[in-house]
Design a protein around this ligand. Structure first.
Ligand code: ATP
Length: 292
């Protein structure tokens, strides 16, 4: 892809968490998107996602992804499982069109990705993670950045659906509470709920769930699935999964190693194959049991 995308990705990587970073990130995004108005808009409903023999490399590292193929029907979920550096995040970056495949094709609802307006595509995608980027400012603004200009009612409604409203209103200053460097500290679970509220406010139909690799506190672990709730049921979901509870819930699983899909199937199928996924699963179970 052209230069601005590389700049954009670098900007995201380098400038998370600072207020100047927040401003610049959105400036860069606007700049990129204004230039690309060709193509159709993505419909509101959750799309099907399909990768056909997608290969990609970053240049200095050859074969980052090799012949990745899969299909997620509208509204269903797929989990990417595999070791660190396998290429899971890169598969998602191609969906955002931060980069385009070297070969192969990605399509949504049967249409190649470049047929869609970049702005519309990204507008329909939401990243939910605990590594949410929060800027210095109050809670309202941090949710509203999901859709600049959103009203108080819209922000509160999104927070309610994300099960964030109760903890927010319990704070002395409610939605006006300052967060960030000099403000109140939020737990991992609370940050995640803010990230879900943002995604809901945007009306996203593709949910990318990036799970933390590290252990979570019990409260967060048990509420994670239910936090996504009804809203996520209406999205097509891509999950970069690390935890057994999430993997178990996914409709389909790709085990990825060294840029390739080495095994794929439902959880039952992968357990029955008794291969890489099975060994990964058994190891996780042992460490879960050991830490219980
Ligand atoms: P993790 O689980 O640790 O997040 P991952 O499976 O998501 O890993 P990727 O982040 O997709 O893996 O990385 C795949 C490979 O591409 C790795 O070797 C990584 O070092 C490399 N890579 C990732 N981003 C870039 C980049 N911007 N430039 C060059 N190489 C990169």
């Amino acid at each position: 892809v052209s230069e601005p995308f590389t700049v954009l990705v670098d900007t995201i990587n380098n400038l998370q968490r600072s207020i100047s970073g927040a401003r610049r990130l959105y400036e860069v995004m606007d700049m990129v998107e204004e230039n690309i108005t060709d193509g159709t808009s993505l419909p509101e409903a959750a799309p099907s996602i399909r990768y056909d023999n997608v290969s990609f490399d970053y240049g200095e590292k050859a074969n980052t992804l090799r012949n990745i193929s899969f299909e997620v029907p509208a509204g269903r979920s797929i989990a990417f499982v595999g070791p660190s550096g396998a290429g899971k995040s890169t598969i998602v970056k191609l969906l955002y069109r931060f980069y385009d495949p070297a070969s192969g094709q990605i399509s949504l609802n049967g249409l190649p990705l470049p047929s869609y307006q970049l702005h519309s595509l990204r507008q329909h995608m939401a990243l939910v993670s605990q590594d949410i980027f929060l800027f210095d400012g109050n809670i309202f603004d941090n949710i509203a950045i999901g859709r600049p200009g959103a009203s108080r009612e819209e922000v509160e409604r999104a927070a309610q659906l994300a099960q964030a409203h109760d903890f927010i209103t319990a704070l002395p200053q409610g939605y006006d509470s300052e967060i960030g460097e000099r403000g109140i500290k939020l737990s991992h679970g609370q940050k995640q709920r803010l990230s879900i509220a943002r995604a809901i406010l945007r009306g996203a139909s593709i949910l990318v769930l990036d799970e933390p690799t590290s252990a979570l506190d019990v409260e967060t672990e048990s509420s994670f699935q239910s936090d996504l709730g009804q809203w996520a049921a209406n999205c097509t979901k891509i999950i970069i999964a690390h935890r057994l509870s999430t993997i178990r819930e996914a409709d389909y699983i790709l085990f990825i190693d060294d840029g390739e899909v080495v095994e794929h199937g439902t959880m039952e199928q992968l357990i029955a194959i008794d291969g890489r996924f099975r060994r990964y699963w058994d190891r996780q179970n042992v460490s879960v049991a050991a830490s219980a």
